[in-house]
Design a protein around this ligand. Structure first.
Ligand SMILES: *[C@@H]1O[C@H](CO)[C@@H](O)[C@H](O)[C@H]1NC(C)=O
Length: 410
């Protein structure tokens, strides 16, 4: 909102400075550039088709998108990039800032299509990357990552590239993503890394339940991120929350298939930023591997997770509905015989109900050196095969209030 104010201020300043000299002349602020509609005039629109993009799904339109971005970013007033209906084939595109304005909207009516040959993006990391931008909105559209070829390669063994994240925001502020669909990403669908103030709503993520490393939304080293009203069906975590995430709000998300909503893996590194103030409310897990999970490597680290709230959660046939696992050590490499240094504290589970697909519906396996503390279970009801499910706790302290089944083992 700084932008419209500053343009009005400029108009007023230019009026007053002239008034000193010529009091009999009238200066109309509108004629000096003020706009009376109370918002920013979206003064320029760049249509990718008029810049050479071709909506046939196979002609490489990368250059047209790059040139639309270059113009929008260089514009001193707010700008829109418009992608009409149709399929646009794109290689890697880096939307780099800083820009001359802080209000760029990318409005997508059509579909952006990634190379189906996974060697094209290979190990580049990201297909569509926004970095060092401030005030970018992406509205609508389908991103088709065409990941099935890479998944098949990974399933059949070796020599495959790691693959690309579909959409990433890196070191950016004031981002909005709404009504966006991400299909069949090669790797993660959406990554938020090193950002402040990001709002995502109406996101649809779709990939096969057995697709590898296709996390829906991954957030790390970021503050004030909000994820609302979204449906995520994928092969890995629906939402994964990495080190350095603070003030994250997740509300009204349906997850499944997938591995649930996971804080972690934390504590991979010795020196690591903590996770703080995460709220997950009104979410549904359907047939997922986990529900709400906190996970850390079983090795030394100064990382932590604190002030976490999981609230109003429905579990349908979830293998591990509530889980804290501080002994993560894939392949038993780099951690045998060690314990997690990650301190987990003040985690509340409130109004969590539904069905577990395994006998143990609640498992707290905390660090022996830094036990979990301040765990609160309040109104939890999880059943397995129409019977009360089981719980299992190690190194976890806290309290149960209200109706709690399985009975807490805190
Ligand atoms: C926690 O995060 C929410 C946003 O998710 C924010 O509104 C609130 O102020 C934060 N609380 C603290 C104590 O920082």
């Amino acid at each position: 909102m700084a932008y419209p104010r500053s343009s009005l201020v400029l108009a007023l300043l230019s009026m007053f400075s002239s008034l000193v000299l010529a009091s009999s002349v009238t200066y109309d602020v509108v004629s000096l550039g003020a706009i009376a509609d109370g918002k920013i005039a979206s003064s320029v629109t760049y249509d990718v088709v008029s810049l050479g993009a071709i909506a046939d799904g196979k002609t490489d339109s990368t250059q047209a998108f790059v040139s639309a971005w270059t113009k929008a970013c260089a514009s001193v007033s707010s700008a829109m990039i418009y992608v009409p209906a149709g399929r646009f084939y794109l290689g890697q595109v880096v939307f780099s800032g800083p820009c001359k304005n802080n209000a760029i909207t990318v409005r997508i009516a059509g579909t952006l299509v990634a190379p189906s040959d996974y060697t094209v993006l290979g190990n580049t990391g990201t297909w569509l990357l926004f970095e060092q931008v401030n005030g970018v909105t992406i509205s609508g559209g389908i991103l088709d990552g065409q990941g099935t070829g890479l998944w098949a390669c990974k399933a059949s063994g070796n020599g495959c590239p790691s693959g690309a994240t579909t959409l990433e925001f890196s070191n950016s502020n004031n981002i909005v993503v709404s009504a966006l669909t991400s299909l069949n990403s090669q790797m993660f669908h959406i990554v938020v890394n090193g950002c402040h103030n990001v709002k995502m709503q109406g996101i649809r993520v779709t990939a096969a339940g057995n697709s590898p490393n296709t996390d829906g939304i991954h957030v790390q080293l970021s503050s004030s991120v909000t994820i609302l009203n979204s449906k995520i069906r994928t092969g890995d975590d629906c939402i994964s929350i990495g080190p350095g995430t603070t003030n994250l709000w997740i509300e009204n998300v349906a997850c499944g298939p997938g591995h649930g909503i996971s804080i972690g893996s934390l504590g991979k590194d010795q020196q690591e930023a903590g996770v703080q103030n995460v709220t997950v409310t009104t979410v549904t897990f359907t047939g997922t591997q986990n529900g709400v999970r906190i996970k850390s490597w079983g090795r030394p680290s100064n990382g932590f997770a604190r002030n976490i709230l999981f609230q109003h959660v429905t579990m349908q046939d979830v293998q591990n509905p509530i889980v804290i696992d501080q002994n993560y050590c894939p392949g038993n490499e780099g951690c045998p015989g060690q314990v997690s240094g990650v301190q987990i504290s003040d985690v509340t589970y409130q109004d969590i109900h539904g069905t577990s697909a395994t006998e143990v519906a609640l498992k707290f396996d905390c660090s022996s050196e830094y036990p979990c503390s301040g765990i609160i279970l309040e109104n939890v009801k999880l059943t397995y095969n129409n019977q009360v499910a089981q719980s299992s706790c190690a190194n976890a302290a806290g309290t149960s209030t209200g109706f709690v089944q399985p009975t807490g083992c805190l």
